[in-house]
Write a protein that binds this ligand. Structure first.
Ligand code: GDP
Length: 467
């Protein structure tokens, strides 16, 4: 992303379309003078520019004008907020224009601001400036989009945990402890004549061990944080005609999948976002993995394999009337993927013990009739037990929801374990200090310190324009 941090940027911060009001945001050192070029207020019946004269953090009524023609053209009536740097979202001067939320009005106002000297903001550029301006660390900036995208209460709570700086504070405190340990080791290396190597070594080891525990605990919150943010990804697999589409329709509460008695009619995968017990869940109905010469169905089969590779849970549906349990799908899936075997159509065959006997001893098995709905509650409860129980205390604890954070925490933990090992095996403290430094660097990356512009750009490019 090529950008100049001195530019004054502008964007529509509300969604596209008609609405009661819309907000056009302007941020940068020239925000007030640019706003003066298109906004006028009435004073004793005379219209004049007013934003530069407004008090800090005040709101005033005004009008948007296009002054480019032979006569000024009134575009809209609006409310204008003025916020002076540095106490603002971006840490820069900000003007927000609350205009009527019409497509033409909003776009015209933005166009006028751009003509008056502003540059169109890149996705996430306002938040990026808040980060570059030092108001928030990178972990808080990343949480902004999570708050916007949260679809459930738990997703929102987990996101706000990041936004409020809880992750940043926890990581900063661990980082500081590691930095102190590094400093102590450095002193002992620099003044070997004092021979306090041993004492420093055991103190450092203690500190490292303590921080490692804290970091591991923080990393462990990811399994819950990920579910709160993204939900559980469930894939329905099984042989054609087993009842997958019928089950999918139970999840969705609609006839989303085509249900027929001709095998192989779900030719592509169908994906739906639902909520189960307040958690988001992506349910994917697959075409059923089977070798096929039909090109259309082959594409579907490949997509099904892709969907399964990223899933948390496979619901493998077995037709009680013609059971298939030697499906290549079952041998192909990663061992770590959780599975529930569903013996379906129990309305048409009561005794399914022979089918159960074919399944692994420790398998989770649900007997069900997708047609009548018998056994569905049992299935939902089993999913809840597998994924949604546990201490979801998102209101007080720092919860990791970002894959980037989780990866960096894991890498830092690995380095800290190395430090402990080196120390235990009596390696010189230089070795320990080097790995400690690398571990602290990993944690700094979470906060956004010493990271490349590419990494930062990559994070903000997934933001929406206007945020
Ligand atoms: P898919 O190919 O696995 O998606 O299977 P479908 O959901 O399309 O179902 C295939 C056929 O089995 C349809 O005629 C369904 O009505 C029928 N079916 C699905 N579930 C049940 C069930 O629990 N009991 C009975 N008796 N029939 C079912």
């Amino acid at each position: 992303m090529i950008h100049n941090e001195n530019d004054t940027i502008a964007a529509i911060s509300t969604p596209v379309g008609n609405g009661g009001i819309a907000i056009i945001r302007l941020s940068g050192q020239d925000a007030f003078t640019i706003a003066d070029k298109i906004l006028c207020g009435s004073k004793s019946g005379v219209l004049s520019a007013f934003v530069s004269e407004m008090g800090d953090h005040t709101i005033r009524h005004g009008y948007v004008f296009d002054f480019s023609g032979s006569r000024p053209e009134l575009i809209d009536e609006c409310l204008v907020s003025k916020m002076e740097a540095p106490r603002t979202y971006t840490t820069e001067n900000i003007v927000e224009i609350n205009s009527h939320g019409g497509f033409s009005v909003v776009n015209k106002t933005l166009e006028l601001l751009l003509k008056a000297g502003a540059r169109a903001a890149e996705p996430g550029e306002f938040t990026k400036r808040a980060f570059l301006g030092g108001r928030i660390d990178l972990s808080s900036a990343e949480a902004v989009m999570d708050v916007i995208n949260a679809k459930t209460d738990n997703g929102r709570r987990a996101a706000i945990s990041g936004l409020s700086g809880r992750i940043g504070r926890e990581i900063t405190s661990i980082c500081e402890a590691l930095t102190s340990a590094i400093a102590a080791i450095d002193v002992s290396i620099e003044y070997p004549e004092y021979e306090f190597d041993e004492a420093v070594g055991s103190d450092a080891l203690l500190a490292i061990g303590e921080q490692l525990k804290k970091l591991e605990a923080l990393g462990n919150t990811y399994s819950q944080g990920k579910i709160a943010k993204e939900g559980v990804s469930v894939v329905i697999g099984g042989s054609p005609n087993a009842g997958k589409s019928t089950l999918m329709n139970i999840f969705c509460g609609t006839d989303r999948s085509i249900v027929t008695d001709i095998p192989g009619t779900t030719r592509d995968i169908i994906e739906e976002q639902i909520q189960l017990f307040g958690f988001p869940m992506t349910v994917t109905d697959t075409a059923g993995i089977r070798q096929t010469a039909d090109i259309v169905e082959k594409i579907g089969v490949n997509r099904a394999r892709d969907a399964i590779s990223g899933a948390d849970l496979l619901l493998y549906v077995i037709d009680a009337l013609s059971p298939v349990v030697d499906d290549p799908l079952l041998s192909d899936v990663p061992a770590s993927l959780k599975k529930i075997y569903i013996i379906n159509k129990t309305d048409a065959r009561e005794d399914v013990s022979a089918i159960r006997a074919l399944l692994p001893e420790d398998a989770k098995v649900i007997e069900m009739s997708a047609l009548t709905g018998a056994g569905v509650d049992n299935l939902f409860e089993t999913i809840k037990e597998m994924f949604l129980l546990g201490s979801f205390d998102f209101t007080n604890e720092a919860v990791i929801t970002s894959k980037r954070h989780k990866q960096l925490i894991d890498e830092a933990c690995e380095l800290l374990r190395l430090c402990v090992k080196s120390n235990e095996s009596g390696l010189p403290l230089d070795f320990v200090a080097e790995d400690l430094r690398l571990a602290a660097d990993k944690l700094c990356e979470i906060l956004g310190k010493n990271i490349s512009e590419d990494v930062i750009d990559n994070i903000f490019k997934n933001f929406c324009v206007g945020k």
